[in-house]
Design a protein around this ligand. Structure first.
Ligand SMILES: [Zn+2]
Length: 292
């Protein structure tokens, strides 16, 4: 199962999160049947959302939402404090030729727009607190830089973020996925920041390290070089949705008696697809009659 670690370095002035998310992205791609470039974009956002979530205290639900004018149109990822994430894109089949470096043109498929972070708490215990919403314009479209820009601008935390998804032509398509997020807290000294920047600049691409079997802890080492660090927590992470047949039934019954009768008469049943995970729920005549 995929894992995420978070820890500290340099006397607590540096916070670091790292995750291997290969299985999560495989599952997202299988469910949404995304094109290769969309898979890379969605995978980076799912991983970045989990990393961002693990740096926050006191939230039940963290949503990262991109609304943009590129062919993908938009991406939504939602993580909870337990390390479960789900997400979707508006146009899963959008595709573009590779960019000038021969890489997936994630920037091109995203285009220009806004990057939102929505943090909700009290949700799980039935309290409805006003959600915290932060937003910045998309400055890169390559996703990792956009997470870093959001952290710097909206949360005043200078950060380095690396996110990568490696794909192949046949199933299961995704061969490696993961990321690292390094946050400089107040008091982080310039010397440490320079070492981290140099280490990241000289390092091989993160996906090749993951593809060679790196653990999340090894990803931390990859990003911090010779700086000592301490891992505070390791947890399992997964693609999981909270939809269910019961929820589908209650949603359809909330449409009202007339609607349900019409479905029964015209379609002899009803179908509902969960937007987040693409699971299809089929209700037959009996299910609809029970409702009435
Ligand atoms: Zn679902």
């Amino acid at each position: 199962m995929d894992k995420l670690v978070h820890g500290t370095a340099a006397d607590g002035t540096v916070r670091i999160m790292a995750a291997i998310s290969t299985d999560i992205v495989k599952e997202a791609v299988r469910r949404h049947e995304t094109s290769p470039t969309v898979s890379a974009a969605l995978g980076r956002v799912l991983t970045g959302t989990l990393l961002l979530g693990s740096s926050l205290k006191d939230f039940d639900r963290l949503t990262v939402k991109i609304e943009s004018d590129g062919a993908i149109k938009g991406i939504v990822a939602e993580a909870n404090a337990e390390g479960r994430v789900r997400g979707y894109v508006k146009n899963p089949h959008a595709e573009l030729p590779p960019n000038d470096d021969g890489k997936f043109d994630v920037k091109g498929i995203i285009g220009e727009g806004m990057f939102y972070v929505i943090r909700e708490s009290g949700y799980e215990i039935g309290l409805h607190r006003e959600p915290y919403v932060g937003s910045v314009p998309i400055i890169s479209g390559e996703i990792a830089e956009d997470f870093a820009y959001y952290l710097a601008k909206s949360e005043q935390i200078p950060s380095a973020v690396l996110l990568g998804v490696l794909l192949q032509n046949q199933e299961p398509f995704v061969t490696a996925s993961g990321g690292v997020m390094i946050q400089m807290m107040p008091g982080a000294n310039e010397h440490i920041i320079t070492i981290i920047e140099d280490t990241i600049r000289r390092a091989p691409h993160i996906t090749s390290v993951i593809n060679n079997g790196a653990t999340p802890k090894e990803l931390v080492k990859f990003a911090l070089g010779e700086i000592d660090f301490e891992i505070l927590e390791e947890k399992e992470i997964e693609f999981a949705c909270n939809c269910s047949f019961e929820r589908a039934v209650s949603l359809i019954s909330s449409l009202g008696k007339k609607e349900v009768e019409a479905m029964l008469e015209e379609d002899k049943g009803a179908k509902m697809t969960c937007g987040f995970c693409n699971e299809l729920y089929t209700l037959d005549e009996n299910d609809l009659r029970k409702m009435l």
